[in-house]
Design a protein around this ligand. Sequence first.
Ligand SMILES: [Zn+2]
Length: 404
Amino acid sequence: MNLRTHAFAGNPLRSKTPKSTDSFSPSSAFKSLKALIPSIPNHPAPSPDFKVLPFSKGRPLVFSSGGDASATPLWHLGWVSLSDCKALLNTRGVDLDENSLVYLGPKVEEDLVCWAVDVSSQEEHGVVLELTSRKLCFVELRTLMVAADWEDQRAMDELAIAGHARALLEWHKVSRFCGACGGSTVPKEAGRRKQCSNEACKKRVYPRVDPVVIMLVIDRENDRALLSRQARFVPRMWSCLAGFIEPGESLEEAVRRETWEETGIEVGEVVYHSSQPWPVGPSSMPCQLMLGFFAFAKTLDINVDKEELEDAQWHSREDVKKAVSFAEYRKAQRTAASKIEQMCKGVERSQSLSTDFNVESGELAPMFIPGPTAIAHHLISTWVDQGSGNVHSKQQPGVSLSNL
Ligand SMILES: [Zn+2]
């Protein structure tokens, strides 16, 4: 499999931020947005035009298309116009305020600037009633991730846009007050940063990223890899070890410490693979950054920390190869895509898709690893395909590693 980027990376709206003099730039776009809002809905079409992606409780608005007996439905981001956005907020008793809109980036070829807005309210319905004729619905980002076809560039682009937008909006929610003086913060630069409103303080606050090391621990001598299970995993799923980086620690030290703490294994050489933004964690961490490594074991005895892990075991290359189970990922993808379609039709109100990977029928592999939208998948499948002696961070002929 040849991914252009990891899921949530490669956001097409972010490739280049226009200079401040450009009409697509955050400051110019914000100025023209601010001038436009009072005249909605009777405004002339501006250039560039604006579209908005609404979120409710961390979930982007989407619609579903194309589902019939033979085809898997496709989800699409539910962009709305500024006037639809104003109407949506009005039904929640809120006026559209330019400061609630967060700049996502331009689509220059379409003469568009894209924004996100949080329309969360106490009263929650699975379907957005005021837009039901368009069959729009708020859906968890994690569900959209499982439902996205990882080989479809359009789907992965939309997933990356939704992930970036969610990370920014959740960060706005958890950074309402200044950490230095306790004053309230106000958005600046079209929501790309915040600033303390206390004139004596004026502390600048930037969007938060939480770095996490994730590592495949390898036993070179016996050609095995260490996979582990957390209690919250669905049955049969095994993955890499992972943990947060502590202040004052290098990435390599974090890899060695986490591996030691969780499994009692000592790690020597640590080799970088690639990184992945991960905006689907808890809302207190708006965006984790997963930093992926191969970690070569110096000792082999496993002593599992039961507080952190349910189990950890060495697995042969052959066994791990069988766990890369594309039939199961495809089945989970179809199930999630169909559920999203049902939700958009107003049939399915359930937001819980904990059974995504609980495939009931068919012959089940004894274990499987996370799907292609997770960096763990790429660490594990790279080792399976390349051999433990050959895993490097540098690109090798025919292997698209460092492109990720
Ligand atoms: Zn302050």
